[in-house]
Design a protein around this ligand. Structure first.
Ligand SMILES: Cc1cc2nc3c(=O)[nH]c(=O)nc-3n(C[C@H](O)[C@H](O)[C@H](O)COP(=O)(O)OP(=O)(O)OC[C@H]3O[C@@H](n4cnc5c(N)ncnc54)[C@H](O)[C@@H]3O)c2cc1C
Length: 456
């Protein structure tokens, strides 16, 4: 008999939620985490960034409150306290994960684990066996081989930037994806001069370019160099080649490297155990099965989606198939990447789900689209003013009128987007959506207005 029903390698969102679900289902589970429970998301990702962004938003609101009839004088921020708030939030949530695992009866070992073969994991020099193994080792930041990056203390990744002791006067951000944009917005709000250098023609590549362009213009205090390739860094001076082939130099005090993350597929025995690893990560099917019997992989390590909520879902899917494969299959427990929403918690926020207009057309579809300003929402106007940046774009298939994508710009977008994901999951048409009653006044009403703005 095996030592455990399931061994989970990695205690981030994918791993800890899978362990919890399995524990509550009566499985004997071992969760191995080499660092801190909660993984990237809780310790150096989603949560610390949102804690800092919340302070940035409060500071920014206080500075700009006069238009709402509230005068705040002597508005200042205290970076040490901002960092204390972040640490307190992270500490409480990490402790919460530990308590949740305990409640689920999951045994947790803090150590590096190595997959030896299907059903065998080595930890602290001991081999533990299990009927199933779930790999959830996550991802790590990419540091590209640009001259001047390696060993340069003025070039940091997201983890390094989260820990800085003072806001830099000038920050250069390399990469205009979600992480780059969030940090750019956050530090600009705290008064840093920020420039984002992005190789692609637009920021946030999964956003519909119409809304991505509006988001870019709305990011107060952030300058952008788009379609530009960084060629070298000296100290904190970044050289890049612009679209005309000219070399431009940007002087900064600190450089954030935010060009992406790569699945952590090495250092824990994948190759030695014969696990199939492709260019994107550990290869899995839609039920999270790998090529090895009873070895599953979830979260960033699969490269299927590098988002925490996708990791949660993948963990749940693997757990469901381990607990009761027949029930899980008949319930359609499988990963549907097309309906995973994304969000940017910058000032202002943005979020989206599904196809962009260009992606739908590349798929060979004829599309119906509408874009409406959030000035259609009474709540949005009351809280931001009529000229504030905010919009909803909807994309539907012209033949079936099924909604294919919904993209939002404006505050509350990340809170609203789950509804759009549900619209796509349930394959609602524009006409179905028009019959859904939205609460008034809410920012989400913009989605309804966009559905009515689609031509018949
Ligand atoms: C700055 C930043 C901001 C982000 N913001 C968001 C956001 O707002 N929303 C969002 O959805 N996503 C966000 N993400 C992405 C999110 O953090 C990841 O998608 C998520 O953490 C992936 O979860 P995971 O369980 O797959 O892996 P991880 O969270 O990376 O966890 C993997 C864990 O495995 C452990 N591990 C690895 N190898 C071993 C081993 N051999 N033995 C034992 N333990 C091991 C690691 O220590 C780690 O704790 C952000 C990421 C960053 C960097």
């Amino acid at each position: 008999m095996a030592d455990f029903d399931v061994i989970v390698l990695g205690g981030g969102p994918g791993g800890y939620l899978a362990a919890e679900r399995l524990g509550h289902a009566g499985k004997k589970v071992l969760l191995i985490e080499k660092d801190a429970l909660g993984g990237t998301c809780l310790n150096v990702g989603c949560i610390p960034t949102k804690s800092l962004l919340n302070s940035a938003k409060l500071y920014s609101h206080a500075l700009h409150s006069a238009q709402f009839g509230v005068t705040a004088t002597g508005v200042e921020y205290d970076w040490a306290k901002v960092q204390e708030w972040k640490a307190d939030v992270v500490g409480k949530l990490v402790a919460g994960v530990g308590a949740a695992e305990k409640r689920a009866g999951v045994e947790v070992i803090k150590a590096h684990g190595t997959l030896i073969s299907a059903g065998v994991v080595e930890v602290n020099g001991e081999r533990k066996t299990a009927d199933h193994v779930i790999i959830a080792t996550g991802s790590v930041p990419v540091m590209p081989p640009i001259p001047g990056v390696k060993g340069n203390p003025l070039v940091v990744d997201s983890t390094g930037l989260l820990a800085i002791e003072a806001v830099p006067k000038r920050l250069a951000v390399i990469g205009g994806g979600v992480i780059g944009v969030e940090f750019a917005s956050l530090f600009a709000a705290f008064g840093a001069e920020v420039v984002v250098i992005e190789m692609l023609p637009e920021i946030v590549p999964f956003a519909d370019p119409d809304l991505a362009a509006r988001l870019r213009k709305a990011l107060t205090g952030v300058k952008f160099a788009l379609g530009c390739k960084v060629t070298g860094i000296e100290g904190a001076t970044v050289s890049y080649e612009n679209g005309k082939g000219e070399t431009v130099r940007v002087e900064a005090d600190l450089v954030l490297m935010a060009v992406g993350r790569r699945p952590l597929t090495d250092g824990w025995g994948a190759a030695e155990a014969g696990l199939e690893v492709g260019p994107k990560g550990v290869v899995v099917d839609d039920t999270m099965r790998t090529n090895l019997p009873n070895v599953w992989a979830v979260g960033d390590v699969t490269g299927r989606s590098l988002l925490a909520h996708a990791a949660y879902r993948m963990g749940e899917i693997a757990a469901a198939h381990i607990i009761d494969p027949i029930k899980a299959t008949s319930a359609g427990q499988r990963l549907r990447t097309a309906t995973i929403p994304w969000a940017v918690y910058s000032i202002p926020e943005a979020a989206g789900v599904g196809l962009t207009e260009a992606q739908a057309k590349t798929d060979g579809r004829e599309v119906l689209t509408a874009i409406v300003p959030l000035a259609v929402s009474g709540r949005f106007v009351a809280e931001n003013g009529v000229r504030a940046p905010g919009a909803v774009k909807i994309i539907a298939d012209a033949a079936s009128r099924t909604v294919l994508g919904i993209h939002l710009l404006g505050n509350y977008a990340p809170e609203t987007i789950w509804g759009a994901a549900a619209i796509l999951e349930t394959e609602l048409t524009i006409d179905d959506l028009r019959q859904v009653v939205f609460p008034h006044p809410t920012v989400s009403e913009g989605i309804r207005e966009a559905a009515w703005a689609v031509r018949d």
